[in-house]
Design a protein around this ligand. Structure first.
Ligand code: NAD
Ligand code: TYD
Length: 357
């Protein structure tokens, strides 16, 4: 048996592939276009591992996906491939429409063709697992209940709108064609191999480089943080036992305002890598102009996956953020390599020249 993972060179996908092959000998075909966010350095540990077959390519390339499916005959396809950064979707939504909507549509069609030609037993056992986000539900007020699976879709950014569209396509391919799909909607992840355009790795990398720590608006926006390896364990569990056609919300019960996240990173760095001049990294915090249309609060009600599938996160925020900061301190070369020309261009565009180290 084999699984096909799309987007397995990105942050969550590479953590998923690495964890999968620690736990199982079932081979992985990893299809990834290697955009700026895809990084084969995340997977160096698998370089000589015959269980990992990396293919560079686009989920929207129907011929390629059809060929991979026919050759490897996977029992499941997991779709992590996406454009994933809200700020980039504000500057240029086109790539988000192309990959997250058109790409998912093409992937669904290629998978449907393959699945419908499988012998009965294999067709019944087959699963397509689509990895999505809590951002499709829009924003919460401070007193709203966390998002359950029944919450209305109210996406507010080009990113979340494109993910919402992909979720709808996945749902429709199940209802119309019977494709055995599973969808997961997860809260914000953090952990190793997180590209330093997102809040947590950006703050660690900027702090260490002596750059300012740009907090949007008043810093009181709330996200619900989950350690990436807990997200991976939830996906494995949904793949194993999830009810076909169902959606599972995944979260860590860890709602925190952004400024608190930034301050806890500074405190950890003060302990683990104190500055030579004795000042705290917190002196680098700088409040900057808010993101347009910025969602105020996300929170996930993760009771369904706990009740039905017995899944719970293993890490607390305190244990997960410590592991994460330690990982970045131990991997300066990974940081240096991802800060390529295109990364520097992004930082200059988003934050202005003064933040380019
Ligand atoms: P990421 O941006 O780090 O990785 C995305 C990967 O997809 C990259 O390796 C990229 O090269 C690849 N890719 C992009 N376009 C592609 C295409 N057309 N064909 C093939 N590969 C392509 O993103 P991530 O943070 O790892 O997120 C993975 C998935 O999880 C996304 O679908 C995202 O919406 C979802 N998600 C992310 C979070 C989070 O906090 N990061 C939370 C919930 C859900
Ligand atoms: P991000 O990591 O981009 O994830 P998302 O927007 O998908 O939740 O941002 C997390 C939060 O941190 C979000 O409220 C925006 C905020 N943020 C900053 O304050 N400064 C930054 O430089 C970045 C990248 C994000």
């Amino acid at each position: 048996m084999t699984i096909l993972v799309a987007g397995g060179a990105g942050f969550i996908g590479s953590n998923f592939v690495l964890d999968w092959l620690v736990r199982s000998n079932e081979p992985v075909v990893n299809l990834d276009r290697l955009t700026y966010a895809g990084n084969l350095e995340n997977l160096v540990g698998l370089q000589n591992d015959a269980r990992h077959d990396f293919e560079q390519g686009d989920i929207g390339d129907s011929a390629l996906v059809g060929r991979l499916l026919a050759e490897h005959r996977p029992r499941a396809v997991l779709n992590f491939a996406a454009e994933s950064h809200v700020d980039r979707s504000i500057h240029g939504p086109g790539d988000f429409i192309q990959t997250n909507i058109v790409g998912t549509f093409r992937l669904l069609e290629a998978v449907r063709e393959y699945w419908s030609g499988l012998p009965d037993a294999e067709r019944q056992a087959f699963r397509l697992l689509h990895v999505s986000t809590d951002e499709v539900y829009g924003t919460l007020t401070p007193t709203d209940l966390p998002f359950a699976e029944s919450a209305r879709y109210e996406p507010n950014s080009p990113y979340s709108a494109s993910k919402a569209a992909s979720d709808h396509l996945v749902r429709a391919w199940h209802h119309t064609y019977g494709l055995p799909v599973l969808t997961t909607n997860c809260s914000n992840n953090y952990g190793p191999y997180h590209f330093p355009e997102k809040l947590i790795p950006l703050m660690i990398v900027n702090a260490l480089a002596g750059n300012s720590l740009p907090v949007y608006g008043d810093g009181m926006q709330i996200r619900d943080w989950l350690y990436v390896k807990d997200h991976c364990s939830a996906i494995r569990r949904v793949l194993e036992a999830g009810r076909v056609g169902d959606t599972y919300n995944i979260g860590g019960w860890n709602e925190k305002p952004n400024i608190e996240i930034v301050r806890s990173i500074c405190t950890l760095l003060d302990e683990l890598r104190p500055k030579a001049d004795g000042t705290s990294y917190a002196t680098q915090i700088a409040y900057v102009t808010d993101r347009p249309g910025h969602d105020r609060r996300y929170a996930i009600d993760a009771r369904k996956i706990e009740r039905e599938l017995g899944w719970k996160p293993a890490e607390t925020f305190e244990s997960g953020i410590r592991k994460t900061v330690q990982w970045y301190l131990q991997n300066p070369e990974w940081i240096a390599h991802v800060q390529s020309g295109s990364y520097r261009d992004w930082v200059a565009k988003q934050y202005g020249q003064e933040m380019v180290a």
